[in-house]
Design a protein around this ligand. Structure first.
Ligand code: SF4
Length: 355
């Protein structure tokens, strides 16, 4: 395949007419993007891009390399690439490693955290199991492999309800997201009891520090300011599952990142979406605005995940240069104990089977 030139990269970036990219930004960063794409091609590297990446980082990934954390990990397990760079936070790269234990999974910043995964202590799982013996433990994919290894089944925000219903018994322990658990409890009312950390004071759960920022009042103000009345056939307010229950009830549609995107695809194809607001990470909206230019999106630019923001063009280039120069990759490589991989794989595989 012919090597990309800097001029071609600049042309491509300008031609994309990305609503969040200025002419100055493109001119300033094009040589970095060019060098990354050159090395990506030279070394047969897959660069996976989570939807919350800033536009220039997100654009390093081909369309099939973009998506949510589970979709990307599944893609990683099917590729024959020698190296996988996961542009996301470490728990996501861990899932890719669990599904592809023999591949080199690399990440630009191993210190990038996540309030959901970091603020949840493994001891809480043991406590919940002891308090509710025999009740299956369902864990949100936004968690570290060690926590998954102690759970029975995994879930995403797109399939949680279905997986919970498919598990035996009339109760389910859901960890670690408290707001997600409350939303699940609402949706499963009458079908299954949801036990979660933080439901009483004996255990402690976690919250996504990005999605918890949205309040009911915010959504009402956004509806009024941007003329997005509830029930309007072509103007929609979307909310992510990790937002609070009253925010979800106020939204016209709620779901996972992928479900929100799929609803937008469906509406755009049918000519049924002219204006939208998405209560989620603001770079998700930037990337949706690029993908769906016919829709006017409003953003909440202060709602940026500080952990995801640690993945930069410079960080990605550092990995590729290390590959190119045959240097030690351990500063970037995600490694897991083989026993943890083995145990964490089971709940992920069960989820795939049940969904
Ligand atoms: S948006 Fe950031 S804090 Fe929230 S779940 Fe994702 S990585 Fe974690």
């Amino acid at each position: 395949m012919a090597e990309l030139t800097l001029q071609q990269v600049k042309h491509r970036l300008h031609a994309s007419r990305h609503p969040s990219l200025t002419h100055f930004e493109i001119e300033a960063k094009a040589s970095l993007v060019h060098e990354i794409l050159r090395l990506k091609q030279k070394h047969n590297v897959v660069i996976l891009g989570h939807n919350y990446m800033e536009p220039l980082v997100f654009g390093l990934s081909a369309t099939e390399e973009q998506g949510d954390s589970l979709g990307l990990s599944q893609y990683a397990s099917k590729t024959d690439a020698d190296y996988i760079i996961f542009n996301g936070v470490p728990f996501m790269a861990e899932t890719a490693k669990v599904l592809s234990p023999d591949k080199k999974v690399l990440i630009a910043d191993k210190t990038a955290g996540c309030s959901l995964a970091d603020d949840f202590d493994l001891a809480e799982i043991d406590k919940l199991k002891a308090q509710h013996p025999g009740v299956p433990v369902m864990i949100y994919v936004n968690s570290y492999a060690e926590a998954k290894a102690k759970s029975d089944v995994c879930c995403t925000s797109a399939n949680a309800e279905k997986i919970a219903k498919a598990m035996p018994g009339d109760k389910i322990i859901f960890i670690p997201d408290i707001l997600f658990a409350k939303n699940l409890e609402e949706d499963l009312k009458g079908a299954k009891e949801v036990i979660y950390p933080g439901k009483d004071s004996s255990t402690k759960g976690a919250i996504c520090e990005v999605h918890e920022k949205f309040t009911l009042e915010d959504l009402k103000n956004i509806r009024a300011s941007f003329n997005l009345p509830k029930g309007h056939p072509k103007r929609k307010v979307y909310a992510h599952w990790e937002c609070a229950p009253d925010v979800l009830r106020e939204a016209d549609f709620y779901g996972s990142t992928t479900q929100i995107r799929n609803d937008i695809v469906k509406r755009v194809k049918a000519g049924m979406l002219e204006r939208a607001f998405v209560a989620s990470e603001c770079e998700l909206t930037s990337n949706l605005a690029q993908e769906f230019p016919s829709v006017q999106f409003w953003t909440a630019c202060s709602v940026r995940c500080r952990h995801m923001a640690k993945v930069t063009l410079e960080g990605v280039l550092r990995i590729l240069r290390a590959i190119d120069e045959g240097k030690d990759l351990s500063p970037f490589e995600v490694t897991l104990d083989p026993e943890v991989i083995e145990k964490a794989r089971k709940p992920i595989e069960l989820m795939m089977k049940l969904s």
